[in-house]
Write a protein that binds this ligand. Structure first.
Ligand SMILES: Cc1cc2nc3c(=O)[nH]c(=O)nc-3n(C[C@H](O)[C@H](O)[C@H](O)COP(=O)(O)OP(=O)(O)OC[C@H]3O[C@@H](n4cnc5c(N)ncnc54)[C@H](O)[C@@H]3O)c2cc1C
Length: 334
């Protein structure tokens, strides 16, 4: 048994638990290591009428400078287990693979990082997750937003998961359909349930195939490091547009120009536009970097300027992919 007093701490800094390295503290904070502890956190929040925020690696969030006036739960569920089954040719076709002989069902706790999952898999000749090499985050945060890189979405591999309900603390097993996955979209975004673990359907590979996947992982990271900032950022600050939000077409095609970075690039703001130490990355026009002592307000003011420029010049308003935490009022343009 555990004591709630040992589990739930008060007034814990969050600036050192997110990638921007900004923002104020959590009024209450816990790192549950078991499902029972997670349930106890939910009970505590409900009993004390506290809002809950579930924190992963903080790679896709911006926390208000005033902090979060509720309970931050950072799941420390770190287990990874695997079951193997003979299901030939049932998996998504991967660049690393041609013939698949065995499936590996890998279950990872919400607090496992994508990097640890990839390393675990490659060490055990399991291929598939290396497609997400270099993406910072936990399983929880990554299923939440359905991380994507080029043609792969995490949902291509997920088959089932365990979630816990915010109100009742009830734990249930759900299948992929439950998540209603899409681009930057999953049922978890409704914030009624939190992820405890997820099971993925990967390939059990030969030594040669695994060696190829390791090489691919290194190559993806090298490519990413050349294209994106690798620290003090949340990655893409704004999501791409939906088809129905834009009219401009990609030259010579019938496809809509949905890529938000295209519009920022046209404005020439890369490495130029800044507010205090918050600056648009010189590598990528849709990435904001804290280049020193930026506050979350600096980052918000810069993001607003970016929205205003796109609105003035193209008549459309980018919306954030970055999750804004602890803001009572939406601080950007709608
Ligand atoms: C340098 C950089 C590069 C990036 N590149 C990419 C990329 O190529 N592709 C891509 O898709 N993303 C990318 N991102 C964004 C980021 O990596 C992902 O969104 C990642 O999944 C965030 O995971 P996290 O654990 O850090 O979540 P956090 O940032 O901590 O949280 C994000 C959201 O997930 C929710 N959440 C976290 N855990 C749980 C849980 N257990 N249950 C329910 N909800 C939960 C939080 O409440 C929050 O709303 C990049 C970010 C950075 C900093």
């Amino acid at each position: 048994m555990f004591k709630t007093a040992n589990l739930i701490k008060k007034n814990i800094p969050l600036f050192d638990k997110n990638w921007f390295q900004t923002g104020g503290p959590a009024k209450f904070y816990a790192e549950p290591t078991t499902e029972l502890e997670f349930q106890a956190c939910i009970n505590y929040a409900n009993t004390n009428n506290l809002e809950i925020f579930v924190l992963g690696l903080g790679a896709n969030i911006l926390i208000n400078d005033d902090g979060f006036d509720g309970l931050v739960i950072r799941p420390a569920l770190q287990d990874i287990t695997t079951k193997y089954e003979d299901i030939p040719n049932a998996l998504p076709e991967l660049d690393t693979e041609s013939k698949i002989t065995q499936a590996a069902f890998v279950t990872a706790g919400a607090g496992v990082t994508i990097e640890s999952l990839i390393n675990y898999c490659l060490d055990n000749n399991i291929t598939g997750p290396e497609e997400f090499s270099g993406i910072p985050g936990t399983i929880g945060g990554s299923v939440y937003i359905n991380i994507h890189y080029f043609k792969y979405f995490l949902s291509d591999f997920l088959i089932q998961a365990k979630v816990i309900n915010k109100k009742s603390g009830e734990i249930k097993l759900v299948d992929k359909k439950w998540f209603n996955f899409g681009y930057d979209k999953s049922t978890l975004i409704d914030k009624n349930d939190f992820l405890l673990n997820a099971t993925f359907f990967f390939n059990k590979s030969t030594d040669t195939q695994a060696a190829f996947a390791k090489g691919r992982s290194i190559e993806i990271i090298r490519h990413r490091n050349a294209r994106y900032p690798i620290t003090h950022t949340c990655g893409s600050f704004f999501r791409n547009f939906h088809d129905n939000e834009v009219t401009q077409k990609i030259a010579g095609t019938n496809n809509k120009m949905i890529f938000v970075a295209y519009y920022f690039d046209k404005l020439g703001i890369k490495g130029e536009l800044k507010v205090g130490d918050a600056v648009v990355s010189h590598k990528h026009a849709n990435m904001i970097v804290n280049s020193g002592k930026a506050s979350s307000s600096d980052i918000i003011n810069l993001a607003r300027k970016m929205q205003e420029l796109v609105k003035e010049n193209f008549g459309i308003i980018p919306q954030p992919e970055c999750q804004l935490i602890g803001f009572n009022k939406y601080p950007l343009l709608k």
